[in-house]
Write a protein that binds this ligand. Structure first.
Ligand SMILES: [Zn+2]
Length: 325
């Protein structure tokens, strides 16, 4: 489905089969000389068909279209290689540009496997979890050259002036785009409406949750009328949504402290005791890829406490355990 959100800004919904996210919002901004496509979808057939059908309906000349990624995740970056022509510029934040290319290598995924093992993920479940991981299955599949966007860089498309706002947290190189005249924020997965963006551990930035909360504060100070997020509905009251997201993480942090109150544990055990919004009998029945996200989320909350000195990490025989200080 295509919606014209503002004059010359269109949302194309790109389906993500069997994902709880349901679809990615891909935005096309039509310009006089060049168009800009913001985020794409998984590199799989159903998503590709929908994106290309949308672009054809909007009569888009891909030779005159540049592509911007708000962040590395395959539901945003997957189809860049399919859409890009030799004349397209691919924009991305610096660390995420490296990560998009890294996700196309086997080394990256074996490193993730080693890291998950370090945090207590059962080794016998790792092959299934890695096989099911959408980032491994649906990434662009080839190495690409990116133009790096930094804070305050401006991309002009038609009458719009999009300014890059660095918002590390959901991923280390996540960026949003702000259009000051119309007070629009293209938020990627930094702020979503009825979903809490997942904060997964990434060794390239320590304390991703701390960065994420800081990036929420940064956006909270901006004058924004309309948010165009990477998934689901548009948001008109971003300050209310930021308040809810911060409240969610506060609740989560307290939950982690309560679990740690019962003694030394690894992140996998802690994730198994946290509450998750997923239709599943229990932790044992979690789909393997969801378990990976849950462990990542547990680690980011534990690392947040470690950075403020409330929790310590103890390493024993190549495994990490956490305890209260
Ligand atoms: Zn994402």
């Amino acid at each position: 489905m295509i919606i014209e959100v503002m004059p010359d800004i269109y949302r194309i919904e790109v389906p993500l089969p069997r994902s709880p996210l349901k679809a990615t919002n891909s935005y096309l901004v039509k310009g006089r000389e060049r168009n800009l496509l913001i985020d794409t979808g998984w590199n799989r057939e159903e998503s590709k068909r929908a994106l290309f059908a949308g672009l054809a309906r909007l009569d888009v000349n891909l030779e005159k279209t540049d592509i911007l990624l708000t962040h590395v995740h395959a539901d945003h970056s997957g189809l860049t290689a399919a859409v890009a022509t030799e004349k397209s510029t691919l924009y991305c934040g610096e660390i995420d540009a490296e990560l998009v290319n890294a996700t196309g290598t086997t080394n990256y995924w074996s490193d993730i496997g080693v890291m998950l093992g370090f945090y207590g993920f059962p080794l016998e479940d790792l092959p299934d979890a890695m096989r099911a991981h959408p980032g491994r299955r649906y990434n662009p599949g080839i190495q690409q050259v990116f133009a790096i966007l930094k804070e305050n860089d401006v991309i002009e498309v038609g009458d719009y002036h999009f300014t890059c706002v660095e918002t590390p947290g959901h991923t280390p190189g996540h960026i949003c785009l702000y259009e000051p005249e119309n007070k629009i924020l293209v938020s990627g997965d930094h702020v979503l409406d009825d979903i809490t963006p997942n904060i997964t551990f990434e060794k390239r930035i320590g304390d991703p949750l701390g960065h994420y909360l800081h990036s929420l504060d940064k956006i909270d100070q901006m004058d924004i009328n309309l948010v165009l997020p990477g998934h689901r509905r548009f948001i008109d009251n971003i300050h209310k949504r930021i308040y809810e997201l911060k409240h969610h993480h506060e609740h989560r942090l307290n939950e982690v402290l309560d679990i740690l109150g019962t003694g030394l544990r690894d992140a996998y055990q802690i994730a198994g005791k946290m509450t998750w919004d997923i239709t599943c009998k229990n932790w044992g029945h979690f789909p393997p890829a969801q378990k990976v996200f849950a462990v990542g989320e547990a680690v980011t909350h534990l690392e947040y406490f470690r950075h403020i000195g409330k929790v310590r990490k103890v390493e024993n025989q190549g495994r990490a355990f956490y305890e209260l200080v």
